[in-house]
Design a protein around this ligand. Structure first.
Ligand code: ADP
Ligand code: MG
Length: 316
């Protein structure tokens, strides 16, 4: 039986999502109505995935759902907002029950972990494309932005770098990984965890913050541009997992953790006098972050090897 737009919404999206008391009007009406607590600002982050560009017909549908929402959430994380609601705009060539079932599971599993409610969207025919808008809340004056750093601040990154990039290189045949290694790298690419808890932990501590979905160098560049400063990183301090270290040489060296896309981590800066508070808070919460360099006055990004030579991140 062909699925109509109405049944697709009812079966896969309308009933299956968490209810929140701050949703005054959700799926079923022309627009959602959401209650914003006094003294808060609403942050909006978008995740867009198009077949052929960001995933292929072979990509597991769970991962497509997961990633679209994870990207939107990682943008909320970068401004230190607490995720609350999201909408879904879906273009489908023809509704396939198996694909939709797995896709909505991927979305639901991630949304459930952050108590997010799906509050609306639109569904139509066309080339397969997924757009998620996530909304989050942040108390006035506590958001993080790309602006807010100065020379002498320390540069940090959350989590680990480069495993998603390694999976991409393996898919392109640029590196050969063993079966277990491939599985671990693919998992990081297909199920990236947005740094939501880290973003919240940075309220009141970080100077500036930015997401790094297009790579560390690109994320850090937005921070540097915002305040007209530069940064010098130490390659040896970049937090790369053992699996990537094993293949670093063949994968293209330090360029991978510096420029590979796909990691939904945050880079941020912190004034030296707040370093101990930062590290204490992350340790208390069981979160990881690594000090990778320092902000300086000379515009641009430098990344030094142990012998002091610079790795130009944009060089192939
Ligand atoms: P309309 O004819 O006004 O576009 P729809 O049948 O598309 O109405 O949508 C009915 C309701 O379902 C609306 O509240 C809309 O926000 C919601 N909706 C539509 N598509 C989705 C979707 N993919 N996910 C979640 N909610 C959706
Ligand atoms: Mg519609």
């Amino acid at each position: 039986m062909a699925l109509t737009e109405f049944t697709v919404i009812q079966r896969y999206f309308a009933r299956a999502h968490a209810a929140r008391p701050d949703v005054v009007l959700g799926i079923g009406d022309d627009a959602a109505l959401l209650r914003v607590p006094e003294g808060h600002e609403v942050a909006i982050g978008v995740g867009l995935l198009a077949e052929g560009q960001h995933f292929t017909p072979e990509s597991p549908p769970e991962s497509v759902g997961h990633r679209a929402l994870a990207i939107a959430l990682s943008r909320l994380a970068a401004v230190a907002a607490e995720p609350a609601w999201y909408t879904l705009a879906l273009t489908l060539p023809s509704p396939d029950p198996d694909w939709l079932g797995a896709f909505s599971r991927g979305l639901r599993e991630l949304a459930g972990r952050y108590h997010l409610a799906l509050v609306g969207g639109d569904t139509t025919r066309g080339p397969l494309q997924v757009v998620v808008h996530a909304q989050g809340l942040v108390p006035q004056g506590q958001s993080l932005q790309a602006r807010g750093t100065r020379p002498g601040d320390l540069v940090y990154v959350t989590g680990e770098l480069g495993l998603a990039g390694l999976a991409l290189l393996a898919r392109q045949g640029e590196v050969r990984l063993g079966a277990c290694e491939r599985q671990a790298a693919d998992y990081r690419l297909e199920r990236p965890e947005p740094a939501v808890r880290a973003g919240l932990a940075l309220r009141g501590i970080a100077g500036a913050a930015a997401g790094i979905p297009d790579g560390l160098a690109a994320g850090l560049a937005t921070i540097l541009r915002a305040d007209g400063v530069g940064a010098t990183l130490q390659a040896g301090l970049l937090p790369i997992p053992a699996l990537l270290s094993d293949h670093l040489e063949r994968a293209g060296g330090w360029v991978v953790p510096l420029t590979a896309p796909g990691d939904l981590e945050l880079c941020f800066t912190v004034a030296p006098e707040r370093q101990a508070v930062l590290e204490g808070r992350f340790a208390e919460l069981g979160l990881s972050c690594a000090w990778i360099g320092t902000i300086d006055r000379v515009p641009g990004l430098r990344c030094l090897r142990e012998d002091g030579t610079d790795i130009a991140p944009t060089d192939p």
